[in-house]
Ligand binder design. Structure first.
Ligand SMILES: [Zn+2]
Length: 254
């Protein structure tokens, strides 16, 4: 069993395939050339993927690249790609997938990504996943998306987690309107401050995000499922338990 803090499992695999017979078995022999594992983490809003990606990043010692990070890096560096993307954003237009894909390739080509990356938030749609695959295939490095970690949660759970959560603007105490409501509605138990609740706005925004997820991300998950890359985790449960399962899954694929 792979232990936390040890060498990343891919490295062991790279060593193992120096034996000729093992090399035939190794479905990711190309890792010999590149040496890392690209992981995509996916799930609806409120599934906890940002948190899990952060924890996996610390454990695997590989960068957690959230959607937008690579864009900001290009922009800071003042690259042509960054300026092109900014021009779309300034006009209120979506940045084309090809351009975003070029930025992500630049980002994952940096030395800190040599042992792998955890991509969070991109790709998010089927065309993005295809564009990324096509771009990776054009490189001669043998890089591919190796695993897709899917956190599943019921939509009602997402609503409880995100919309019902309110915090006191004065003292920061957190409430959940369903599970942990204030004793007196609209008033903080601890400091008596008024709790402003804009649940209707929050609910509308969340429902829109969930709708986009169903429409745009589900086809991408199916695409990765056809390639047997998807590992599904029940994100309804305790975060520590989910993290442990993620670790075990990654270790067993190293
Ligand atoms: Zn308070």
């Amino acid at each position: 069993m792979y232990e936390a803090g040890g060498p990343f499992p891919c490295h062991n695999q790279a060593q193992a395939v120096t034996a000729p017979e093992a090399g035939l078995e190794c479905k990711k022999a190309s890792l010999l050339q590149w040496g890392g594992m690209n992981i995509v983490i996916v799930g609806p809003p409120g599934a906890g993927k940002g948190t899990q990606a952060d924890r996996l990043s610390a454990w695997m010692k590989v960068p957690h690249i959230a959607s937008g990070d690579f864009f900001r890096a290009e922009l800071r560096a003042g690259t042509t790609l960054g300026l092109k993307a900014q021009a779309y954003i300034d006009k209120g237009q979506l940045v084309p997938d090809e351009l975003t894909t070029s930025m992500i390739l630049n980002r994952i080509s940096m030395p800190d990504c040599a042992a792998g990356v955890i991509l969070d938030g991109y790709p998010r749609t089927l065309p993005q996943a295809r564009a990324l695959d096509a771009a990776l295939a054009q490189e001669a490095t043998g890089r591919t998306i190796d695993m897709v970690l899917l956190l599943t949660v019921k939509e009602e759970t997402v609503v409880h987690r995100m919309v019902d959560r309110i915090s006191c603007a004065n003292c920061g105490k957190v409430y959940n309107l369903t599970y942990k409501p204030p004793r007196e509605p609209g008033k903080c138990d601890r400091c008596g401050h008024n709790l402003y609740v804009r649940s209707d706005d929050k609910l509308a925004t969340l429902q829109e995000r969930l709708q986009i997820y169903r429409a745009e991300t589900t086809p991408m998950i199916e695409y990765y499922e056809q390639r047997n890359l998807v590992h599904s985790f029940n994100g309804e449960r305790d975060m520590d338990l989910v993290f442990k399962e993620l670790q075990e899954c990654i270790a067993s694929h190293g």
